[in-house]
Design a protein around this ligand. Structure first.
Ligand code: F6P
Length: 546
């Protein structure tokens, strides 16, 4: 359904004020802003749900923050937030509710929609997941030959993969059973081969994770995994070695997985918002049901913060508004996310889907093409690795790239001194980016005059510094919920539907059509000349090896 009540953010007073602010900010520097205000860091650091967010090294002043908050008010961001939590169908292009926040609501807080408590449904599935995971973890659920399960393979892609894979690494220190998790996503069989070649089918459970249970990659890999299990142990072994996570009961049954080995969720959970649904089955397998409950509590902490905290101190709201500020008023095209935690190595990949599938939209909710920039390109690598590759461009290149720098105060590793060095690097980068090393200072240090321009760091490069205490299931949940609501805020300001993903459909349909032409040479080629000649080239090669 088209949402004709959408507000064009450019028509608001706040937008106009921000355009003026941008002129002022372009004429100043972060160095000058700090020099003028000794209390800047204190005033611009916000805390909530165990997260501290220091915005002071951004190109903002109090007026910018005021006008951004006015923009949120004038585009009714908080009304939309309330509509989401209430269960309104705010995913208007798919006519669906958006209720990932219900996945982490405590058992004691019902959310009744059309006379039905969805929180009770959520906890019923959590209980089912809990008993299955405990059976596997404690050796009650055995493989077909009576052996204990030591490995789970999650076969899924996109939202049915990125969150579980990211969490498996992030929470490796919280793993509380002798079980390893592995992930197969790519339709390139190299992915599956690399995983199964290391595993014993007798001790492996495959989780087929797919919201729709129709995704080409997942269904192809699930079929191959099934051949691998059935080939080694016989067809009957499928019952002990396969479970499914999906919303599509029929397709799961057709695949041969029984109802009691299926963990459901609902159409109101978007794929990229599903790591805390049954899609997190592999996560629960690793950290147990109590660990999973802790992670959900972390998500819920931020949900409550987002709902209850004054906008002026509301972390996800302010964070989302910062993206709008850089994207729409200062011309930044990308956001770099640099977790100073090796265990968060896959966070940037996870956030790419969360942000770019949500806010990579060209029409607003009324179906009209937007006349402003929407979702940023998100990318990143863990610190300190990135420092030795692309930070050169961040320090001395010509592009404006705001960064999220994320650190943890308490190390989980026994190598304490390494943590000191990690944090020193995090702080040094945030400082160097903002303040640089100006030409005068470089010259005064005795550098030859001709070399000064090369060795000058202009600074004035924005970053936001996040600190959490330690990387645990709870803090991971909070960090992800912070980003979910950051994405929500941006989409609400821009008046777009952050919860559909029509943009992935065309490529899928074309791949299906092209697949038929690769394997059947009698099919006439009717594509563009480039695609036709590439298909011919491939057919020639295929004749040699097929
Ligand atoms: O292709 C995009 C997408 O639909 C994502 O939104 C989703 O997370 C992914 O594919 C996987 O979908 P499914 O869980 O239905 O297999």
């Amino acid at each position: 359904m088209r949402d004709d009540a959408v507000i064009n953010p450019r028509s608001t007073k706040a937008w106009k004020a921000l355009e003026k602010d941008a002129k002022r900010m372009k004429a100043t520097t972060i160095q000058e802003l700090f020099a003028a205000d000794p209390a800047r860091a204190e005033r611009m650091t916000f805390e909530g749900a165990g997260i501290s967010m220091d915005l002071s090294k951004n190109l903002i002043d109090d007026e910018v923050i005021t006008h951004l908050l006015e923009l949120a008010e004038q585009t009714k961001v908080l009304d939309r937030r309330d509509a989401m939590f209430r269960g309104d169908a705010i995913n208007n292009s798919e006519e669906r509710r958006v209720l990932h926040v219900a996945l982490r609501m405590p058992r004691s807080t019902p959310l009744v929609l059309d006379g039905h408590d969805v929180v009770a449904d959520v906890h019923e599935v959590l209980d089912h997941m809990g008993s299955f995971c405990e059976d596997v973890r404690e050796g009650r659920w055995l493989g077909a030959t009576g052996k204990r399960i030591t490995d789970v393979v999650n076969v899924g892609i996109g939202g049915s993969y990125l969150g579980p894979e990211m969490a498996a690494l992030a929470l490796r220190r919280a793993v509380s059973a002798p079980i390893d998790a592995h992930f197969v996503a790519n339709v390139d069989a190299a992915d599956l081969e690399a995983v199964v070649s290391k595993l014993d089918p007798e001790t492996t459970v495959v989780i087929v994770a797919s919201k729709t249970f129709t995704t080409l990659e997942t269904m192809t890999n699930a079929g191959l995994a099934r051949d691998w299990i059935a080939g080694a142990l016989g067809e009957a072994a499928v019952a002990n070695h396969f479970v499914a996570v999906s919303t599509n009961h029929e397709a799961v049954k057709e695949f041969g997985i029984s109802e009691n080995a299926m963990f459901g969720f609902w159409d109101w959970v978007g794929g990229r918002y599903s790591m805390d649904s049954a899609i997190g089955l592999s996560t629960m397998m690793l950290i147990g049901k109590d660990g999973f409950a802790e992670m959900l509590a972390g998500f819920h902490d931020v949900d409550q913060h987002f709902c209850d905290t004054d906008p002026k101190k509301n972390l996800p709201l302010l964070l989302g508004l910062m993206r709008v500020w850089y994207g729409n008023f200062l011309g930044a095209e990308t956001v770099g996310v640099m977790p100073y935690s090796n265990d968060l190595k896959r966070l940037p990949a996870y956030l790419q889907q969360l942000q770019m599938e949500s806010n990579g939209k060209r029409v607003s909710r009324d179906g009209v093409a937007v006349e402003y920039s929407t979702g940023p390109i998100v990318w990143g690598e863990p610190g300190t690795d990135g420092q030795h590759s692309f930070y050169q461009l961040l320090h001395q290149g010509t592009k404006l790239i705001p960064l999220d720098l994320i650190g943890f105060l308490t190390p989980l590793s026994g190598y304490r001194e390494s943590h000191d060095l990690l944090i020193a690097n995090l702080l040094a980068q945030s400082q160097a980016l903002a303040f640089g090393r100006l030409a005068d200072e470089v010259a005064a240090s005795g550098v030859e005059e001709w070399q000064v321009p090369f060795r000058t760091f202009p600074g004035n490069r924005p970053s936001t510094l996040f600190f959490l205490d330690e990387l645990t299931p709870r803090s991971l949940g909070s960090l992800i919920a912070l980003y979910e609501h950051d994405v929500f805020t941006q989409g609400a300001v821009w008046g777009i539907d952050s919860f559909d993903q029509w943009g992935v459909e065309l490529g899928k349909a074309m791949a299906t059509s092209i697949a038929g032409t690769l394997t059947d040479e009698t099919v006439a080629l009717t594509y563009d000349s480039s695609t036709n000649s590439a298909i011919e080239r491939y057919r020639n090669s295929r004749r040699r090896w097929a």
